[in-house]
Structure formats: structure tokens, C-alpha cells
Design a protein around this ligand. Structure first.
Ligand code: NDP
Length: 314
């Protein structure tokens, strides 16, 4: 992989291990699932070495089949890949069971990173069902006996007592929630995965994480379905300047700033193109942040996240 490819970049975690800066997002709509195995194989064969998945996505079984095929060819081994999965709030009491289900589906002995998907608990059964319990009015039924740190403390136990995870981290944590986590537990999460792109630069959260040695992972970097961020004028301008495509700018925006980025595509032709790495200057990175401060927009506004303390949830 050439130095000019964003897929070749790595970032050091607070455990000392390295994480490939670009991870393959594995949310997959129902209608794309019939060819999703080929999509995952194409991603790895095109140079992705980092897969971002979750119990909730329902794609782990297909990813597991794709990995078996890739390993059988012998060119990419398990240790060449960085695999992340996450525990969903319906398993808030028993992340260990969620992890075992994920490992079985992925056909792996360990994951490189295990995240608490949301600092939330849902009133589900022991099998994590329903995934999002709702009452007769359609409102989510949250667990009553829930403290988000209890789930993270279970992740710490798994990290310390088993060989099933190389590192642990969180997702969708605000600065306030991270502050309490750092005060009340003894394992600093390696990452905090949040929505991040030039429409929602979250500069305070980013600077807090940097100070504490927590790598920020940017989800929905293209603005999710339909990739609306490709049309941001500042992004288009930079793409013209560097003679690359807007998607290269949206990916490099994170990599140049020392963050992980998780783009998703189920289009094999797009996947094969990879991403040209553009070493954006500090001034250009700040201009992209400033665009988002002036034009804030969040694309992932799931109802369960509404009261977590994030700005612009509506
Ligand atoms: P993205 O922001 O990555 O955008 C995906 C969309 O962009 C798809 O419609 C895709 O279409 C399109 N796209 C991709 N590349 C191009 C291109 N070169 N040109 C034009 N369109 C393009 O979406 P997600 O919201 O899925 O975020 C990515 C990943 O982040 C997820 O898959 C997941 O792994 C993670 N995530 C984590 C969350 C969390 O709570 N921790 C929440 C949300 C996401 P096409 O398939 O046709 O290429």
C-alpha cells in the first residue's frame, strides 16, 4: 500500500498497539446483504485492514464468512487485521454474552477492540431482545437499574481476565460522561467513537480526548446515506486544489488530525478506488472545523441518543 493511500496510515493507541486510521464501516441495509460478503472481501483485497462492526448491525455472520474466505487464500492473516465490535444497550448487564455471540458469528477468537456502543441500557431480555424495546406509545423502554459505567466496568473485567479483547473503548460518550469514567474506573478507553465530519466537528470533545490519550473515531464521515458531505463547498474547493476527490478530503480531514475514520460503501467499484491521503495543513483543518461550527448538522439522530447531552441532536 503506497504512502499516499489513507489506508496505509496507522495511529498508536494508549495500549501501545496500532490501529489502521481508516476502518471499513459495516452497517448494511437489508437490500444490500445478498452481496455483502463480496463487499467485505473486496474491501480487504483493496487494502482495508480495519473492520468496524457491532452486534447490532446484524452483519457479523456475513463478515465471518468473508474473513474465512480471505484467510483461506493465505494473503491476509488474522493478525494483519484490526477488528472492532460493540455491545448494544440491550446487553448492558451482560456484555460478555454479547461478545461471545459476536465472536461466534465472526468466527474469531478475539477482537482487537470492544466498545460500549452507547452509554445506555434498554429493558430487554437476557438474549438482548428486543434490540430496542418500545411501549404501546412507541417510546423506548430504558432499563431502570442502569448506570452506564456498570457496563464499562464489565468491559474492564473482560479486558483484564480474558484473551477475547485486545483493548476496550466507548462510543457516543460526551466529555461529561468521559470525565466520570476517568474518575471512577482504572482503564482509560482507547477510543471514543462519535459522529464527526465537517458539519459536526465537536472541537471540545476532540480536544478533551486528545488531552486524555483517547483516540477519536469518526463515524458517518460522509454524512451517512447519500453522502451529503461530499457537496460541502469547502470540501469541493480543497478537492480541486489537491486534484483529488471530495471523499479523499473527507477521509484525510480525520487522518491528518490523528483520528480514525470509518467510511462505509457497498459499491465495490468505489471501494476499489481507496482514498488518496492529502496532508491537509493545520489552517485547512481549522477551516473545515470552522465550517461546521458555523453550519452544525448531525445526521445520526436516533431517538435513544436524544438526552445524552450532545449538541444538535434534533
Ligand atoms: P457514511 O458517512 O460512511 O456514508 C455512507 C454513504 O456514503 C452510503 O450511502 C454510501 O453509498 C455513500 N458513499 C460512500 N462512498 C462514496 C463515494 N465515494 N461517493 C459517493 N457516495 C459514497 O455512513 P455511516 O453512517 O454508515 O457511517 C459509517 C460507519 O460508521 C458505519 O458503517 C459504522 O461502522 C459506523 N457507525 C457507528 C455508529 C455508532 O453509534 N458507533 C453510528 C453510525 C455509524 P454506497 O454504499 O452506494 O457507496
Amino acid at each position: 500500500m503506497s504512502e499516499s493511500s489513507a489506508l496505509s496510515k496507522k495511529i498508536k493507541l494508549n495500549t501501545g498497539a496500532f490501529i489502521p486510521a481508516v476502518g471499513f464501516g459495516t452497517v448494511c441495509n437489508e437490500e444490500n446483504r445478498s452481496w455483502f460478503k463480496d463487499v467485505v472481501i473486496a474491501a480487504i483485497e483493496s487494502g482495508y485492514r480495519h473492520i468496524d462492526t457491532a452486534w447490532y448491525y446484524g452483519t457479523e455472520e456475513i463478515i465471518g464468512e468473508a474473513l474465512q474466505e480471505v484467510f483461506a487464500k493465505g494473503e491476509v492473516k488474522r493478525e494483519d487485521l484490526f477488528v472492532t465490535t460493540k455491545v448494544w444497550p440491550s446487553f448492558y448487564k451482560n456484555p460478555s454474552k454479547s461478545l461471545d455471540e459476536s465472536l461466534t458469528a465472526l468466527k474469531l477468537d478475539y477482537v482487537d477492540l470492544f466498545l460500549q456502543h452507547w452509554p445506555l441500557g434498554f429493558a430487554s431480555d437476557d438474549n438482548g431482545k428486543p434490540e430496542v424495546p418500545k411501549d404501546a406509545d412507541g417510546d423506548i423502554i430504558f432499563a431502570e437499574d442502569f448506570d452506564y459505567l456498570d457496563t464499562y466496568k464489565e468491559l474492564i473485567k473482560i479486558y483484564k481476565k480474558t484473551n477475547k479483547v485486545k483493548a476496550i473503548g466507548v462510543s457516543n460518550y460526551t466529555v461529561e460522561k468521559l470525565q466520570r469514567l476517568l474518575k471512577e474506573t482504572d482503564v482509560v478507553p482507547v477510543t471514543n467513537q462519535v459522529e464527526l465530519h465537517p458539519h459536526i466537528p465537536q472541537v471540545d470533545l476532540v480536544s478533551f480526548c486528545k488531552e486524555k490519550g483517547i483516540i477519536v473515531e469518526a463515524y458517518s464521515p460522509l454524512g451517512s446515506n447519500g453522502a451529503p458531505n461530499l457537496k460541502i463547498p469547502e470540501v469541493v474547493e480543497l478537492a480541486k486544489k489537491y486534484e483529488c476527490s471530495p471523499v479523499d478530503i473527507l477521509v484525510s480531514y480525520h487522518v491528518a488530525a490523528g483520528r480514525v475514520v470509518l467510511p462505509r460503501s457497498q459499491n465495490i467499484e468505489r471501494i476499489k478506488k481507496g482514498f488518496k491521503y492529502i496532508d491537509l495543513t493545520a489552517k485547512e483543518l481549522k477551516a473545515l472545523d470552522d465550517f461546521g461550527i458555523a453550519n452544525p448538522k448531525r445526521f445520526i439522530t436516533d431517538p435513544w441518543g436524544k438526552n445524552l447531552g450532545f449538541e444538535y441532536w434534533d
